[in-house]
Structure formats: C-alpha cells, structure tokens
Design a protein around this ligand. Structure first.
Ligand SMILES: CC(C)(COP(=O)(O)OP(=O)(O)OC[C@H]1O[C@@H](n2cnc3c(N)ncnc32)[C@H](O)[C@@H]1OP(=O)(O)O)[C@@H](O)C(=O)NCCC(=O)NCCS
Length: 167
C-alpha cells in the first residue's frame, strides 16, 4: 500500500500514513500510545487510528479519529481524516470507512462530528454528504493552500443506522 502511495505522489491522508512502518509492531505501539495521549506531536490531540481490511487482510484504507477539536482542527482537519489506497477507490470503501469511523466516534461520545475537505475533492464531498454531512461553510485557508469546506454530522449514541451495508 505504501508503495502505491509513493508511486502516486499524493499527500498521505490520514497523517499516520506518514509514520515509519518498516517495524510494524513499533508503529502499532506508537499509534496505541497516541490513542492514550502519550507521545503526541506538539499541537496534536489524542487520536485513534483504524484500518479497513479486506477478508484476506489486505489493507484497503485508514482513518484517524481525533478525540477532540483544537482551534486548528476547527479550521482544517476536523474530527476524522480518512483515505482509501489509490487502487481501491471508487468501490464504496470510502463510504464504508467513514461510517465505521462514525460508529467509533460514538464510542467516544462524539455526537457532533466535524469533517473538512478541500472544495475540489469531489470524492470526499460525496462521501461526507452521503453520510449526512450538513454543510457549515467554506473558506480559503492560506496555510492549507486552498478552499476548505466544513461539514457537521449528527452522530448521537445508539445511532446504528449510519453503519450501513458493506460494499
Ligand atoms: C476521498 C476518498 C477516501 C473516497 O474513497 P472512495 O473509496 O473512492 O469513495 P467511494 O467509492 O466510497 O465513493 C466515492 C464517491 O465519490 C464520487 N467520486 C469519486 N471520484 C469522483 C470524481 N472524480 N468526480 C466526481 N465524483 C467522484 C463517487 O461517484 C462516489 O459517490 P457516489 O457514491 O455518490 O456515487 C478517496 O478518494 C481518497 O482516499 N482520497 C485521498 C485522501 C482524501 O482526500 N481523504 C479525504 C480527506 S477530506
């Protein structure tokens, strides 16, 4: 998967994809610690990382759930970052990964979930809107180098309807 990302040259989203992965157990330990708020980079908050796996354990995508918002995440980043590996896009996995990550957010009692995406990111807009994203606003963010769209998803505990069918 990482070779695919490196061949595509695209930005690594969500950010844990940019962590060293050669020693996988070390990577898992680092992610577990971040979930508990240990060793997190300056300005970051605790977060949980999830892997979407096919039946044969092929990694299809990765999501990262921030446990709370910072002023920076309110501008860009929101509660959830997610990505599907380049060769597996357009098959409904993005919808599925977001729904599963919303279910995880309910475990953390995050009942209002902020999602942001680039205005030009048609696929992410479609995924967020299908998951019930209510458009808040959009703004040019210089540090981001583009127009960021912000959405809120109402995600109350016990809302199993959003888990959806597997693609
Ligand atoms: C955004 C992303 C996760 C979507 O994953 P995916 O598995 O391709 O998404 P799905 O197949 O579930 O659905 C994609 C939707 O976008 C639409 N779509 C995809 N590419 C599109 C394009 N170029 N133009 C218009 N619509 C497009 C599809 O038609 C589908 O919408 P629909 O279900 O209403 O038909 C994936 O493109 C990705 O990893 N992008 C890079 C990382 C990223 O941008 N993450 C989001 C950060 S906010």
């Amino acid at each position: 998967m990482m070779l695919e990302y490196s061949a595509s040259g695209e930005p690594l989203i969500p950010f844990p994809l940019s962590y060293a992965f050669e020693d996988f157990s070390l990577l898992v330990r680092r992610l577990r610690e971040q979930e508990q708020g240990k060793g997190i980079p300056e300005g970051f908050v605790s977060s949980s990382t999830y892997w979407l796996l096919a039946e044969d354990s092929t990694i299809l995508g990765v999501s990262n759930l921030r446990h709370r918002l910072t002023p920076k995440l309110q501008i860009e980043g929101g509660h959830i970052g997610y990505g599907i590996r380049p060769s597996m896009r357009g098959r409904g996995y993005g919808h599925h990964l977001l729904r599963l990550t919303l279910a995880a957010a309910r475990e953390y009692e995050i009942s209002e979930v902020l999602l942001t995406c680039n205005r030009e990111n048609t696929a992410s807009r479609a995924v967020i809107e299908r998951a019930g994203g209510r458009f808040q606003d959009e703004e040019f963010v210089e540090a981001y180098g583009g127009v960021v769209r912000r959405y809120w998803i109402h995600n109350p505990a016990g809302n199993v309807a959003q888990t959806g069918d597997e693609p």
